[in-house]
Design a protein around this ligand. Structure first.
Ligand code: GLU
Length: 594
């Protein structure tokens, strides 16, 4: 793909359409949109996207959106804007992401058609062992016993990843990208309702003194909504990184402070070392791509399960005419579509849980999993009238999994941003510190991740190894799904992604289908109630109109649960050169463009 993307796409598309796509492709209609930001007062299914001509950022917090837009206005690239926005998110959305965590970044270079996938996922320190999350009786630790403290902290990768991308695609000086975050950290930002609620509801933030002193007042009460919260420690950390580059983080006093903090995790110390930090490397991966009808959809391969699983679901759905199952006036998806998408997701998650882990440690049959013939055979297992119940893994590329099935995480943390700059370059980036507030340990004004609990706690099940078991240097399996979609001219048409643990995959699939197959406005696609299946019962978003589909889905043999589903979808849809941005009202996101 990469450099050749632009030139080979039309040829590949013709081949692909002939080989596997069903003839439902039609021109993309221009969604109706208004120039204003999405209005919170409109009915969820009536809100409209933000429209822009030149550049746009859609991100989880208004402060971060403004910082990103300022960089784009100053002539910065999409990567420059991503770095500025990420530094601000570290401050204003500290529960979700930051330099103490990791992420996955997809970048499209409009000039030469190069598609790059930067893997900034955390690595396990050299001291990690497959049974690190088992107690002395050989039983898995309770989840939060593992999360809170030092044991769960992986070597952070976000900053090295951003630095690598900046070296290749940055236009503005590195230090300039830190100015807004430093100014806001010193001058303070107002505590939002969401941040207040998450702090008030957290049972573990008070365990470590530095963290408690930042998030609560002297009486131990969480800072109220509207309180001006300053973070001079983070400002000092960012100043050092602004002048010294990522080296100022991975070596020297900040690195030492991280090592000391991790080794003093109360009741749960970890073995992160200076050597682990200085050895961290960003890995440029081959993006995972698949033709879906007339589009080429590209996601992030292992160690994320997001790309392969999203693409498998789409690949199977290609056998069905989803275009004829458009939502009605109420904005609710057709029950037949919910059924089919859930069934494809069951089959894809069965493969995910059996096969996907860090491919530098485990052989993942990625090509077999995306083979159109294989996906067509898997799709043939789907019945339009009856759920298959629990799906078994298939044999992609003729391979039978040697592994016992793994598990899936869920969370209120993590963040996704989509950016398009004035030159047409695009960024789709998801970053995370895993659980909300990560390990709950703070150093230098930022929170340390708990990403190692994304490994499976049990290294073996019934005597069979688990693919996603911990090992030194290994990257835990993720579900993060930063996605870019291209048309048959090799032009980017959509950037999308979300937080939400393993439900990310379902959120992204819903939005892709709503935007591509149903030609919905991107804001309305995001607002459409969520539904996911992870080879489990089918989950419907609690408190939304989609609950009314429960009985019809049960009649198709679907076991139904209702759950809160706080996605954080942030996307940009490009139609005839016009940018349409959507931001998830379930969190605090906003799209801003020019
Ligand atoms: N740690 C999760 C992953 O990498 C993301 C958690 C979340 O979205 O809250 O898949």
């Amino acid at each position: 793909m990469n450099k050749l993307l632009k030139s080979i796409l039309p040829v590949l598309l013709v081949l692909s359409v002939g080989a596997c796509a069903k003839p439902t492709a039609r021109p993309v209609a221009e969604p109706k949109a208004q120039p204003e930001a999405a209005t919170a007062s409109a009915q969820p299914h009536q809100r409209q996207s933000v429209r822009a001509e030149k550049s746009m950022i859609s991100v989880a917090n208004p402060h971060a959106a403004r910082a990103g837009r300022a960089i784009l206005r100053a002539g910065g690239s999409a990567i420059d804007a991503a770095i500025a926005a990420q530094m601000v998110l570290n401050l204003v959305e500290p529960q979700s992401s930051g330099i103490g965590g990791g992420g996955f970044l997809m970048h499209f270079n409009a000039k030469n058609g190069d598609l790059a996938a930067y893997d900034g996922r955390e690595t396990a320190p050299a001291s990690a062992t497959p049974d690190m999350f088992l107690n002395t009786d050989g039983q898995p630790l309770a989840f939060f016993d593992a999360v809170v403290g030092g044991l769960s902290v992986g070597v952070p990768g976000a900053l090295r990843m951003l630095e690598a991308a900046h070296k290749e695609h940055g236009l503005l000086p590195w230090a300039k990208l830190f100015e807004d975050a430093i100014r806001l950290a010193e001058g303070g930002f107002t505590v939002s309702e969401r941040l207040h609620k998450l702090v008030a509801g957290d049972r573990y933030l008070k365990r470590h003194r530095t963290t408690a002193a930042y998030f609560y007042d002297d009486t131990g009460a969480p800072w109220p909504v509207g309180h001006i919260l300053k973070n001079p420690e983070l400002a000092a950390t960012l100043r050092q990184i602004a002048t010294g580059g990522a080296d100022a983080f991975y070596q020297g006093p900040i690195a030492q402070a991280m090592v000391d903090t991790v080794s003093h995790g109360i009741g749960n110390p970890g073995g992160l070392s200076l050597a682990d930090l200085s050895a961290y490397k960003t890995i440029k991966r081959e993006p995972a791509c698949l033709f879906y009808r007339k589009w080429l959809v590209c996601g992030f391969g292992p160690p994320s399960s997001g790309g392969l699983t999203t693409l498998q679901i789409l690949g199977m759905l290609q056998s069905f005419d989803l275009g004829s199952m458009k939502p009605g006036k109420d904005g609710l998806p057709d029950v037949r579509a919910v059924h089919l998408i859930s069934e494809a997701a069951r089959l894809a998650f069965a493969d995910r849980n059996a096969f996907i882990a860090d491919e530098d440690f485990v052989a993942v049959p990625s090509a077999g999993m995306l083979d159109p013939g294989y996906l067509e055979r898997r799709a043939a297992e789907i019945s339009t009238s009856r759920s298959i119940g629990r799906a078994a893994p298939g044999t992609p590329g003729g391979k039978t999994s040697q592994f016992a099935p793994g598990t899936s995480s869920l969370g209120l943390s993590t963040t996704h941003m989509s950016i398009v700059d004035a030159n047409g370059n695009a960024v789709s980036m998801t970053t995370s510190i895993e659980n909300a507030f990560g390990s709950r340990m703070m150093v230098g004004g930022f929170l340390l991740n708990n990403q190692l609990t994304d490994f499976n706690f049990r290294p073996t099940v019934d005597g069979r190894p688990v693919a996603n078991a911990a090992a030194p240097g290994k990257r835990p399996r993720s579900s993060m799904s930063p996605t870019l979609v291209f048309d048959n001219q090799g032009r980017v048409v959509l950037a999308i992604g979300s937080p939400g643990g393993s439900r990310i995959i379902g959120y992204v699939v819903k939005t892709l289908i709503a935007t591509l197959d149903w030609e919905m406005d991107i804001q309305q696609a995001i607002d459409m109630p969520n539904f996911t299946n992870r080879n489990t019962p089918t989950d419907l978003e609690q408190g939304t109109a989609i609950e009314t589909l429960a009985d019809k889905l049960k009649a198709l043999g679907q076991e139904i649960r209702t759950r809160p589903m706080t996605s954080g979808l942030h996307g940009i849809h490009i139609v005839d050169g016009v940018l349409f941005g959507g931001a998830d009202q379930r969190r605090e996101g906003v799209a801003l463009g020019d």
